[in-house]
Design a protein around this ligand. Sequence first.
Ligand code: ADP
Ligand code: MG
Length: 238
Amino acid sequence: EQDVTEYRKSLSIRVSGFDVPRPIKTFEDCGFSLQLMNAITKQGYEKPTPIQCQAFPIVLSGRDIIGIAKTGSGKTAAFVLPMIVHIMDQPELAKEEGPIGVICAPTRELAHQIYLESKKFAKPYGIRVSAIYGGMSKLEQFKELKSGCEIVIATPGRLIDMIKMKALTMLRATYLVLDEADRMFDLGFEPQIRSIVGQIRPDRQTSLFSATMPRKVEKLAREILTDPVRVTVGEVGM
Ligand code: ADP
Ligand code: MG
């Protein structure tokens, strides 16, 4: 345990919550499949970033997480890689409809970035990824969603539009990510986030990532996550 404390300290990681899994040191420690390891190597990722070292074992164990680390620290892969594992763990993949993984991001640019990162790791498994955000034709998006996907990455407003249009259902969704939660709040998306969360089964796994953690974001996180582990890397803005 002393080792773990020292190791966290060396990476500027602080944690709170009960039974926090110990941080890993290498991608190999995560037990990722050979296919996933190959995709990671192809990306040129040699070792996990500090947020990934602590987030991977938490999320892979099925726990909810509040992850706070500055921009550029590798938060995307911290939730995308465990999402691939989660999806591959689902029995009878094709039986029900709608995405298994749902990622909400504040802007179309961010949603697109997450889409690109997800595609790289999903592709070797034939996992289908759809991105839906404003600025794209609703009809095209409707058709794409109707053709099926395992992962959807969306801005909150457009996701609600698509649910209302019955382009997708949330029946199969068990892995929810709220990325850049602070910016979603700043852009006034709190009601939309609450609406989306309310449509996803309560036994889902939920992750919330943010660069800063103002009190109102912390409050929302505590309402919609179940026994989360809170992880911060470095200094945190409020
Ligand atoms: P954040 O969401 O924290 O702002 P990103 O997920 O966008 O950060 O990652 C920032 C950059 O770091 C991206 O270009 C990403 O591909 C890269 N990256 C992520 N994880 C690793 C890693 N383990 N090793 C090297 N580069 C990484
Ligand atoms: Mg990010």
